[in-house]
Design a binder for this molecule. Structure first.
Ligand code: MLT
Length: 262
């Protein structure tokens, strides 16, 4: 574990002689959402996870974020760790960051894995939902908002069948900083649309979606994959939006097979 020059908590696993993979977590999670992925990959790859500004162990700072500033943070980490052409793997908000990073600096990456995410910017209904979230966070703190949000991310197969594991996750993330969580909501509401950039992606791309993902459903993600030349689409059974946690066996299989083909 180390603190980067830009005050971001970074965690590395495996030998830095191996191919690097940098993982960008979703909202309002932190690097721990990749634990089972890193366990499966660390013997053969150099796995870098980090906590997005204000989430997990990374300090909140001003609480004023943009997806662009999150991409700046990602670039700083890559440069600071001297990662040579890492594979980029992002889930949901991490996918928004990854899509913009590929649009802005594709040459820095060997390949990209886009999990449970989409290229479209928020529509008006979603922007208003984000605004209601910001209000709730300001008035009531983080817990109520985060518990409801996290519940919606997981498929009922996981949250009901593995209730104690699920509750541990909800309890852990419910302690997030309301200022940082608000900052992320505003950043997501203000993000650019990366749909136009999909057709220009030249690096190998894997698109992963949980079959019960309610936030970025399979039909939307399939459309995204079809816009990327040579992208591979994998549907993960028995999983909602949080595929690496909900079905790590199938998630890790999809990622490993993709990496072995590079
Ligand atoms: C995430 O998992 O990062 C969020 O669902 C993204 C979003 O709210 O758009």
């Amino acid at each position: 574990m180390e603190l980067s020059a830009n005050n971001i908590m970074i965690f590395t696993n495996g030998s830095n002689k191996n191919i690097p993979i940098i993982f960008v977590h979703g909202f309002p999670y932190d690097h721990t959402m990749w634990e089972k992925t890193v366990d499966a990959l660390k013997d053969n790859y150099y796995c870098v996870t980090y906590d997005i500004r204000g989430l997990g162990q990374s300090p909140t700072g001003s609480g004023q974020y943009t997806i662009e500033s999150f991409v700046d943070d990602l670039e700083t980490i890559i440069d600071e760790l001297k990662l040579k052409k890492p594979v980029l793997c992002g889930l949901s908000m991490g996918g928004y960051i990854s899509l913009r990073a590929v649009e802005r600096m594709e040459e820095k990456f060997a390949a990209v894995i886009l999990c449970d995410t989409k290229p479209e910017a928020d529509d008006n209904i979603t922007k208003l939902k984000r605004a209601a979230g910001v209000k709730l966070l300001y008035e009531n703190g983080a817990e109520e908002f985060i518990r409801a949000f996290v519940k919606n991310c997981f498929g009922t197969k996981y949250s009901e069948a593995q209730k104690s594991e699920y509750m541990k996750i909800e309890d852990y993330f419910a302690k997030g900083s309301p200022v940082a969580v608000s900052g992320c909501l505003i950043a997501m509401a203000a993000r650019t649309d990366t749909t136009e950039a999909l057709g220009k992606i030249k690096i190998p791309t894997l698109v992963i979606c949980g079959e019960d993902d309610r936030l970025t459903p399979p039909a939307i993600m399939k459309q995204m994959a079809e816009k990327i030349k040579e992208a591979k689409f994998v549907l993960i059974p028995d999983a909602g939006h949080m595929t690496p946690i909900e079905n790590p066996v199938e998630f890790n299989k999809a990622v490993t097979e993709f990496l072995e083909d590079l």
